[in-house]
Design a protein around this ligand. Structure first.
Ligand code: F6R
Length: 619
């Protein structure tokens, strides 16, 4: 979490840094700050709260200068306030540092530095970096940063400037992302590509243990022994417009609406001449054939995609599969070996627990396959094979289009393995693909229907708000699903709680009688995923049980379902007909929209919910 930016060139650094930070605010928004070199002095401005507070201050007192570093924070060490906001300075206010990550040995370092006379002003781990650079500085910032990072334990992407060297920004990375934007007569450092895309599409992805110096004239990359490393920039194919709201009130809504087009793009890219094609997958077919089991490892929404993947893979590729959250997998000595394919799913490709789980799987000799959205991310680079979801930048903290893109790739992996392992014959394959190909248009038609200003889901959200206040804030949500839509029940609940702060729980409907039924009185609203499926009748029985106890039911059904009307449900959301296998792609859309509209009715900050950040690069 946290976003960092560095700039050197001829533009006003303030403008470049603020624009860059605005593109990185998804990484954290507890505070923001910039340090800009004005001649041989550092002008430091930092404020608690969202970036707009800092921007307002800078508007009234603009910083001059064309070299600087900036930061947007997700607090780890020290409460979010002005003092703990980055950048941090050394004792003489000649060095300014921004940092993303955690310095695990900062307390030991701080004690030693204090004994040596350094004075600290914040509670952060980051401030030790500024003082260490001060300690090691003779007349060369790059050497001082190199010496500093040799004493650090933990994860970091840093960028530093020195008042005596007003021509450069020096950075380094270890387990937190850092990219270089290569411009003409100007260069950039940033945590993620969108921060620099307004200025350049030429990007160098730094690897762990690389030291970087940018000046107006060029970029020098070294390893930690000081050896120069040659790296060529890659050209980014997507446009900054994709990282803008394009007239929508929120990124989340825009990203929900994009899902049909994203799925269409994935199918066009991956289906050729009646075959599934993964050009970038570096794992050979012979290897894929010999795996005896699959472990899927991920966090949050990506974990829910993984759970859905288990249903597909076991049924259509007949390969045993289990799914773990990364934070559990990495610490429990999982039984994986060379016959196991470990699939790591991650939108950002930087989630600390997922990265650690990947490394643990590799250490145990398993083959690893990353399913990532961010090109060149750590998980993509460190996995033995990678499949990109190519969903475009996802900016809203609550994941939507990345989820359906992950599902799409999992369907394709299933079909690929199913064919390879001769579980799916060619006629069945063609039949499944034909149905899959219908999904983008159905998603789009559903989305078109929901685009109207006051659609039924928005209306249900309004009813819920009214009810919630009538019940003195006692109401809550339960989401029930079965079989391949059970993970969607978890995902619906996660979406609601993360952006509307209303208590919500997802459950396998068959488990309701084993506990959650105790929650049902007249208070809960229960979302029942009751689309046509082999467990449809079972779901109807669950609905009866809920209604008998006074619960309020929103049923997600298939169009033309007359049966559901006899069950006294309170609200109905109809979906177009599609084979049960692909129904998760449609079911999740109203779930995402319900969360969106509830948060909107309650007036919350939908794209930047409290306490969360898009990319969780700390444990
Ligand atoms: C929920 C959400 C998170 C992420 C999780 C994993 O809407 O966005 O639960 O899914 O933090 O992130 P990635 O996929 O980047 O590893």
């Amino acid at each position: 979490m946290c976003g960092i930016v560095g700039y050197v060139g001829s533009r006003k650094a303030q403008e470049v840094l603020i624009k860059g930070l605005s593109r990185l605010e998804y990484r954290g928004y507890d505070s923001a700050g910039v340090a800009i070199l004005e001649g041989h002095k550092i002008n430091l401005v930092k404020r608690q709260g969202k970036l707009r507070i800092l921007t307002d201050v800078l508007k009234s007192e603009p910083a001059k200068g064309s070299i600087g570093v900036g930061h947007t924070r997700w607090a780890t060490h020290g409460v979010p306030n002005d003092v703990n906001a980055h950048p941090h300075l050394d004792c003489a206010s000649k060095i300014a540092v921004v940092h993303n990550g955690i310095i695990e040995n900062y307390l030991d370092l701080k004690k030693t530095l204090m004994k040596e006379g350094h004075r600290f002003s914040s509670e952060t781990d980051t401030e030790v970096i500024a003082h260490l650079i001060e300690k090691y500085y003779k007349d060369d910032l790059e050497t001082a940063v190199l010496k500093t990072i040799r004493s650090l334990k933990g994860s970091y992407a840093i960028a530093a400037i020195h008042a005596s060297e007003p021509d450069k920004v020096v950075g380094a990375r270890c387990d937190s992302p850092l990219i270089v934007g290569v411009g003409e007569g100007e260069n950039f450092l940033a945590s993620d590509v969108p921060a620099v895309l307004d200025y350049t599409k030429n990007i160098i992805y730094l690897d762990n243990h690389e030291l970087i110096t940018i000046t107006k004239k060029g970029v020098t990359i070294k390893d930690y022994s000081g050896r120069i490393i040659q790296k060529n920039p890659s050209k980014i194919k997507w446009d900054i417009k994709q990282a803008e709201k394009a007239g929508h009130s929120h990124f989340m809504l825009k990203e929900i609406y994009e899902q049909g087009a994203v799925l269409d793009g994935i199918l066009d890219e991956r289906l050729h001449d009646g075959k599934v094609v993964f050009e970038e997958l570096a794992i050979k077919d012979n290897d894929l054939k010999r795996f005896t089991k699959i472990a899927i490892v991920a966090c949050g929404t990506a974990y829910h995609a993984g759970l859905t993947g288990k249903y597909m893979l076991e049924e259509y590729a007949r390969i045993p599969c289990w799914v773990d959250t990364s934070s559990e997998f990495r610490y429990r000595d999982p039984i994986v070996d060379k016959n196991t394919l470990v699939i790591i799913i991650s939108q950002s490709g930087e989630t600390a627990d997922s990265l650690a789980a990947l490394r643990e799987a590799k250490r145990k000799g398993a083959k690893t396959l990353g399913i990532c959205n961010v090109v060149g991310s750590s998980i993509a680079r460190e996995s033995d094979g990678v499949i990109y979801t190519h969903a475009g930048p996802e900016i809203a903290v609550a994941s939507t289009k990345a989820y359906t893109a992950q599902l799409a790739v999992l369907y394709l992996v299933t079909l690929y393995l199913g064919r390879l392992r001769k579980v799916i014959g060619s006629a069945k394959f063609d039949h499944i693909i034909k149905e899959f190909r219908r999904a983008p248009a159905l998603m789009n038609s559903l989305i078109d229907e929901y685009r109207s200003d006051y659609n039924n889901i928005a209306a249900y959200a309004g009813e819920f708000k009214k009810y919630y206040f009538e019940k003195h804030n006692k109401s809550h949500f339960l989401y029930l699903g079965r079989n391949i839509n059970y993970p969607n029940a978890l995902e619906g609940a996660l979406k609601l709680k993360e952006i509307s702060y209303i208590s919500a729980e997802g459950y396998a409907a068959g488990e309701m009688k084993h506990g959650p039924i105790a929650l049902i009185d007249e208070n809960p609203w229960v979302v029942c995923i009751a689309v046509q499926s082999k467990t449809y009748d079972k779901m109807l029985s669950n609905i009866q049980e809920i209604k008998a106890r006074g619960g309020i039911v929103i049923a997600i059904t298939t169009e033309g379902d007359e049966e559901i009307m006899h069950h006294n449900v309170n609200y109905v959301i109809e979906l177009p007909k599609i084979d049960e296998l692909f129904s998760p792609l449609l079911v999740v859309i109203p779930l995402q929209l319900l969360a969106y509209y509830v948060a909107k009715k309650f007036g919350y900050d939908i794209d930047q919910p409290r306490n969360l950040a898009k990319s969780v690069t700390v444990e």
